[in-house]
Design a binder for this molecule. Structure first.
Ligand SMILES: Nc1ncnc2c1ncn2[C@@H]1O[C@H](COP(=O)(O)OP(=O)(O)OP(=O)(O)O)[C@@H](O)[C@H]1O
Ligand SMILES: [Mg+2]
Length: 302
């Protein structure tokens, strides 16, 4: 479904050039939940930025269903096929949680299975443990973990084939994080999506199907059995309070075309929604990645 072929990426910072990724060859398949581990600064966010069409690699190609992303169009790819949950959330801070989700759906043209966008967004937020009062509160007045769940709901609301998540459970308690992981598993195993999650969590990796490790610019895979990963049931069954694996989205076939995802390179964008995000944010490394222009498909934003 998604292929990285001989992908290398170098950042130029004045006279200094840093090659973060070196000749990566990796396929990402439908129906599979991948985790990517690696030390801080090893290039995990960079890898997601390339795979999600936020940046072009300095060498090599990224292709989706056989088409090079540059030919498909990065904006089109991000809007129609890939959603991203950013390390820094990138929520629209002047909106409520609910508005963040519905705006992303409007921008990407996502059509809820039933009941309209607002009802669908409320269901999604509820499935992630945010009640109606929290859903209708400005996101600045939510806790970090609640904001993280809004970012997850926003990505889930945009029906796409590929879901990228950068440390999506970093601010969550174990139970809530476990519930999110079960949602990722369901998206892959029951809805046929390809889910790629960057994490430092061994628990999370243990629940994924394939564990990739990024180190010194190279991506390697370790076998699930040797890593203690992958085998269903090895992880804690997590599922917290209201967090339950729901399948919020419609099947891929019924999906409209657009998604969100994210547009900016990491930092900036809403996961999903491309244009929903106002400003760019620093990447984990403290630098800023360029923010691609939003590509709203239908208005939605005010
Ligand atoms: N825009 C940029 N310009 C220059 N260097 C950058 C830029 N973005 C990232 N880097 C550098 O690239 C390397 C990889 O950064 P990246 O954010 O991909 O790491 P990471 O594995 O996601 O780290 P963490 O686990 O801390 O989030 C780091 O050394 C970082 O300083
Ligand atoms: Mg990172």
């Amino acid at each position: 479904m998604l292929r990285l072929a001989d992908v290398s990426h170098t950042y130029s910072d004045g006279r200094r050039r840093t090659t973060v990724l070196k000749g990566i060859d990796q396929d990402f398949e439908r129906g599979t939940f991948y985790t990517v581990l690696g030390p801080s600064g090893s290039g995990k966010t960079t890898l997601l930025a390339l795979a999600s069409g936020l940046e072009n690699p300095t060498r090599g190609t990224v292709s989706f269903e056989g088409r090079d992303l540059t030919e498909l169009g990065l904006g089109r790819y991000r809007n129609r096929h890939a959603a991203t949950i950013f390390q820094q959330y990138n929520l629209l801070t002047y909106m409520t949680a609910l508005q963040n989700v519905t705006t992303a759906m409007e921008i990407t043209g996502a059509t809820p299975p039933s009941g309209g966008r607002r009802a669908h967004a409320l269901r999604l937020l509820d499935s992630l443990g945010l009640d109606r009062a929290e859903a209708t509160r400005n996101v600045r007045r939510l806790s970090g973990g609640q904001q993280q769940r809004v970012a997850i709901a926003r990505a889930l609301a945009c029906e796409v084939d590929l879901l990228f998540a950068d440390e999506p459970t970093g601010n969550l308690d174990e139970d809530t994080a476990g519930g999110i992981v079960e949602i990722f598993r369901e998206l892959a195993h029951e809805q046929g999506k390809c889910v790629v999650v960057v994490t430092h969590s061994a628990h999370l990796a243990a629940r994924s199907d394939r564990v990739l490790t990024l180190r010194r610019g190279r991506l390697t895979e370790r076998r699930a059995d040797t890593a203690g990963t992958g085998a269903p049931g090895t992880g804690r069954p997590v599922r917290s309070r209201k967090t339950q694996p729901t399948s919020p989205r419609t099947p891929p076939e019924t999906r409209p075309t657009s998604p969100p995802t994210s547009s900016g390179t990491q930092p900036t964008s809403p996961p999903t929604s491309s244009g929903t995000q106002p400003t760019s944010q620093p990447t984990s490394s403290g630098t800023q990645r360029p923010t691609p222009p939003p590509t709203p498909r239908s208005s939605g934003r005010g």
